[in-house]
Write a protein that binds this ligand. Sequence first.
Ligand code: NDP
Length: 802
Amino acid sequence: MMTMTAAISDVAKYFDDMSYGPAPEADTEARAWLARHASGFGHFINGAFVPSASGKSFDTFEPATGKALARLSLGGKADIDSAVSSARKAQAQWAKLPGHARARHLYALARMIQRHARLIAVVEAIDNGKPIRETRDIDVPLAARHFYHHAGWAQIQDTEFADHVPVGVVGQIIPWNFPFLMLSWKLAPALALGNAVVLKPAEFTSLTALLFAELATAAGLPAGLINIVTGEGETGALLVDHPDIDKIAFTGSTDVGRIIRERTAGSGKSLTLELGGKSPFIVFEDADLDGAVEGVVDAIWFNQGQVCCAGSRILVQEGISALFHERLKRRMQTLRVGQPLDKCIDMGAIVAPVQLSRVESLVKKGVAEGATLHQAQIDMPKGGSFYPPTLLSGVQPTSTVATEEIFGPVAVSMTFRTPEEAIQLANHSRYGLAASVWSETIGLALNVAAKLAAGVVWVNATNLFDAAVGFGGKRESGFGREGGREGCYEYLKPKAWLGRKARTVSALPQIRTTVGEFSQPAIDRTAKLFIGGKQARPDGNYSRPVVSPKGKLIGEVGEGNRKDIRNAVVAAHAASGWASATAHNRAQILYYIAENLSGRADAFAARISAMTGASTSAAKAEVEASIARLFTYGAWADKYEGVVHQPPLRGVALAMPEALGVVGVICPPEAPLLGLISLVAPLIATGNRVVVVPSEPHPLAATDFYSILETSDVPAGVVNIVTGSAEELAKSLATHNDVDALWAFGTAELSAMVEKLSIGNLKRTFVDHGKATDWQDRAAAEGTLYLRRAVDIKNIWIPYGE
Ligand code: NDP
């Protein structure tokens, strides 16, 4: 009787507090795997584990206990050299395999991940400190999905990407927050499309990469395709600098991304950067509040907030702010921080003591700058690097914690009144990775989603990912996409550009004959610049001569300077309505330009002949090709559209091509009319506004073009033209932080300079490294190759159902 009473009171007690007991996942297999490597891990090069050539090594630690976990090799130059040469050899054979054979290999890797899912999940949780619930239910299944999805792309590569070839050998550098998932995001597309890889994992979390190397070998992946060199930032830098690497794919901090952009400038290496973020999480008055509160949990306490796209900036509409914060604090109180292998916890450990102190110091700074601190008063584990769920409310939009990436379990919050204010606050950031919008009014949510500067927007959801849906940022969150068709293009290069030869650059022609002739001269005139729809005198009031190949002065154009570029950029920004004009409208205007150009075809041909010495028929052919090219992009304007993805959830993800914004264009010296049209037309067809520097030796076709623009209904500011020195004006455009992208065609030195100087706001660059394009060759000079570079894909996730 006594026992029964005690049992009943126990039940009542448990029922009352509903607390969880520990539910640890077994780590026997993972510890046995670590024990097998107790003497230390080598690098994985050419299908085998090898120690560092230098013999140097370093320890990796368990974040939840601070204890040493394993000894890793420290990669140096010799290790990177040997990994790159092994990748180079393997890539040649791998690319020759039929897509179906590569698809089978990727399929085998996906199956291997699934078969060893538990081991990978446990090793990841131990090594990174994140909860097993997340590695088991999110990281590892998503990684397998990436290999399956990309096995599919390998299978259909020959038809879907017939006009492209693999990039070659790819250097990949990944961070510590999603070690295994980031590895799969990088390896799967690279391998699927015929590349070989040298990957450097983060020094804090290399273990699952090494485990994957073992599993890939067991799955029969040929040696040399995946090489893993462990080490520190310096090891990554050696990989970045290696001359035999064709592409760098990096995920990590914006600071390091910037360094990599600078170091690869001019090398011809292709580059994708997936960097930091400070993503807004916008809650409107009509949101499902409980849903939104749960959304915050997934947005900022998932993976201890160490997520590049974490919804770390909560913006709440004023009327519901008090209620929302009250519910959020109540929910914070129920979160559980604990040992990563405990299946009942919500948050594990921060990756390393250094990251923990960074989070602590940023929170202190937030408080010092006036924020109100709230931390969940919950049991915290002893030892290890743990930090409680934290909310800093009432922050100022300009405060450090509202602008800097904290990369820890810390949300900041502020309020707004109107949707316009929410958009302004949300976009008030140098980043542009992701955003989350909460409203039950579909019209409001989608209207806001379209206006947010972010590569990914989740409507009434957060942190959704899928291999079919591209991921990546805008602004200082980097460029390039991972996943989906757009992610595949990042690992391919166009066949049509393979044969391009170095451009022969001749010095600007000098005036040799100035003797007047006994005929009626043309009325003397100096062409002005074209800014904001008007002809404008250059700021410096200087002009430069335009000289024929025979040395005859044939005209003068304005010498544009930095101030003229600034004015042109202001005018281009003021024309932002162009991006939201209908595609039909943009198409009509492109056709209208073509029509007006056609009306003056002979005059343009004569001008081209006079400037370049081209024969009359060649000059006429250039004008005709320009007219046809305008038609091509008129045609594409309403056909270069997005797609509707159907990721594995009840809902869709809309992949929408979005204009980059204001784009600088440095035209090639050759083909003065066709070169300009070939670059400007795809940009304006997709809604960009441009600041164009025409061919430096032959600018008169561009200045003649002003009158065509004036009579073709092109809105003021959509096309701005500044004549002058290509190098000087490119410098001004590259360093201008309100220019979103820069296309530059000319010398190899110009390409290098543009890439190097564009690091300020990490603008997208499109350069030719001094290789000449045959502008008459449609395969190389027009179409989707250019349209793809004129837009960013924004993915808007819209789950639906009750
Ligand atoms: P980093 O950007 O330094 O590291 C990312 C990867 O780059 C790691 O593999 C790192 O190696 C490597 N690396 C570091 N320096 C260089 C270099 N000069 N050249 C080539 N590779 C390099 O991030 P951290 O790990 O240092 O974290 C610092 C901060 O960055 C965090 O607090 C967070 O704010 C942010 N971050 C953002 C991430 C994101 O996904 N957006 C991911 C990780 C961090 P190693 O690990 O050996 O240093």
